[in-house]
Write a protein of this length. Sequence first.
Length: 156
Amino acid sequence: MRKFFVLLLVFLAFPFFSFAQSADKVTEILEAEEITYGQLGYLSACELSLVNDSASFVEAFTALQNEGYVSKSVSAGDKVTYKGLAGICSKTYGIRKSFLYRITSADRYAFRQLQSLGAVSSSADPLWTVSGYDAMCVISQCIEISGQGSSNEGGE
């Protein structure tokens, strides 16, 4: 019986050790007053399995940019605006796209779509920079909207 509990403890403790660096990065993102494209790219690229969780912010951003999720006109150190966040989240989580977003692929329409779905505050401006905490809240809402966070397997 004692061996069982020791093995159970080791089995349960293993994930905590293997995700230590990821937790440090997530904490850094949450505490950021203004999130960068590198930090947002890390979250998105890990979600899309483009990089593993030990990748740097710049490596993750580059992978995301190479896949076409981010414009070539921005760099990893640039501050993320709400419309930039909306564009990346819409692509990452497969949020239903509005008619104008399908036609233009402009982040502005992704922002408006996320506002109408309640993921982004109706008082937010598309050009405001986003804090790490607010970005995580929007990402969390996008996960719920996309059905990935719900208990039903089929989603919407």
